[in-house]
Ligand binder design. Structure first.
Ligand SMILES: [Zn+2]
Length: 139
């Protein structure tokens, strides 16, 4: 596997090393996260890795009481909801991720535009290899 190649596997490998990586277009300068081989703006296949600051703001969020099977496996249920969010990174791109370090049972305490920073969430779920999920927490 070529480590420099922009693939979702390499993106996830960087994530497991505590790096949030995007791609920057060599033609128009547009930044995509997760990293993409093709620029999403001008469709040119000339992009390069760029490490994100991991800082951003909440663009949207929702508190989820009935989780996906994956989140149920991670231990969330009606009594322990989780918050899923769309984060606008300081560099521009939007990315969806779990929001942690907030009061999930009182989503009214969470505000759009709240500054957040990246948090790498180590996940140990029975039957699945150990991995790191992307998360954000209040900055
Ligand atoms: Zn471009």
């Amino acid at each position: 596997m070529n480590e420099n190649e922009i693939t979702i596997n390499n993106y996830l490998k960087y994530l497991s090393e505590g790096k949030l990586m995007g791609s920057k277009c060599k033609t128009c300068g547009h930044v995509d996260v997760p990293a993409r081989k093709l620029c999403s703006k001008c469709i040119k296949p000339e992009t390069e890795w760029i490490e994100m600051s991991g800082k951003g703001k909440i663009a949207a969020f929702t508190s989820i009481n009935v989780g996906t099977p994956y989140f149920v496996k991670k231990g969330y249920d009606r009594k322990k909801p989780y918050v899923f969010s769309i984060i606008k990174l300081d560099e521009g791109p939007m990315i969806s991720a779990q929001l942690v370090g907030v009061d999930e049972s009182h989503p009214e305490t969470i505000k759009v535009e709240m500054p957040v920073k990246v948090k790498f969430l180590k996940v140990e779920v029975e039957g699945l290899p150990e991995k790191v999920d992307l998360g954000f927490e209040p900055a």
